[in-house]
Design a protein around this ligand. Structure first.
Ligand code: ACO
Length: 276
């Protein structure tokens, strides 16, 4: 059922929340209004029992053309530092929320993805693009550095030379190149994009949700740790996960060792069965 916040829309079906940027006439540029609506939608969806995976897509020809140059920059700058900081908090706020979201998240990049769009792109755990999509750090083309985390995203996801080239030249790349460079997991024709994302979402829905949340957080956390720190963090994270869901772990072992009903190397245990 679409909600009533019109810069953002979502539907939930078969445990997938399809959340979309919805300013197609403005190429889904992120205005302060849209940023507030995104936070509200993320709030609404995060702990719903009927949501297993969240997919972030875009209505129309764009995923998002980045920050709204008029409403996010020009108009908030006119309000002085108070306005600037407020709009920064709103945008960075929902991207941060998305980076640490309770449910697994997938960016489904159907079209244009520029500048500030790299914030939510990186915030999603996985990303699939249309071959036809175009990605760019276009900031240099209108005279600023890639801020709002975009430079950090480039350096996190791309090798040094590619990050430097991407940020300094401001040339857009297509979905296939984005996949080759590691900005997204895969690129495929737009006509097949939703089907592939649905397939991946269904696999995620079949996994233990406590283990998924612990895993996605661990991947982000250990990036900046030494080996020893990571080893320690992972021990603690697993112990914390056990306190939420120890029976799931035991059941996973039981179905393999005792029941021989699946092979963990090849797929997930049936989390809907529990022998206790
Ligand atoms: N901010 C504000 N308005 C925008 C933005 C944006 N980022 N992107 C598109 N729009 C608006 C246009 O002003 C236009 O509005 P209008 O119909 O009222 O004139 C409408 O969306 C359609 O845009 P067009 O440029 O006509 O669409 P087209 O399909 O030809 O081009 C493209 C799409 C390439 C995405 C182009 O709009 C563009 O270059 N947008 C800016 C991309 C960008 O550099 N974003 C900022 C990144 S930096 C950052 O986010 C910090």
């Amino acid at each position: 059922m679409p909600n009533d916040i019109d810069t953002v829309v979502y539907d939930v079906s078969d445990r997938i929340a399809w959340l979309r940027f919805n300013r197609p006439d403005k190429r889904n540029a992120m205005s302060p209004t849209l940023n507030r609506a995104m936070m509200a939608a993320l709030d609404e969806l995060e702990f719903r029992d009927d949501v297993g995976v969240l997919v972030l897509g875009g209505e129309g020809a764009a995923w998002t053309a980045g920050m709204d140059l008029k409403e996010y920059f020009r108009e908030t700058e006119a309000e002085g530092l108070r306005g600037i900081r407020k709009s920064q908090r709103e945008s960075y706020g929902w991207w941060r929320r998305l980076r640490w979201y309770q449910k697994p998240t997938i960016a489904m990049v159907n079209g244009w993805c520029f500048g500030g769009g790299y914030g939510p792109l990186f915030a999603c755990d996985l990303a699939f693009a249309a071959d036809e999509a175009k990605f760019g750090l276009s900031e240099i083309n209108w005279g600023i550095l890639p801020g709002g985390g975009a430079t950090k995203v480039a350096v996190e996801l791309l090798p040094f030379r590619k990050a430097m080239y991407h940020a300094m030249l401001g040339e857009p790349i297509d979905g296939k190149t984005a996949a080759e460079w590691g900005l997204v997991n895969e690129s495929l024709p737009l006509a097949s994009l939703k089907e592939r994302v649905t397939e991946v979402a269904k696999v995620l829905i079949g996994k233990n949700p406590v283990a998924l949340k612990a895993t996605k957080d661990a991947i982000r956390r250990v990036c900046v740790m030494t080996y020893d720190e990571a080893e320690d963090y992972l021990v603690r994270a697993q112990e914390a996960a056990n306190s939420f869901d120890n029976h799931g772990r035991r059941e996973g072992i039981r179905q393999f060792i005792d029941e021989k009903s699946y092979k963990p190397g090849l797929g997930a245990y049936d989390k809907d069965r529990n022998a206790g």
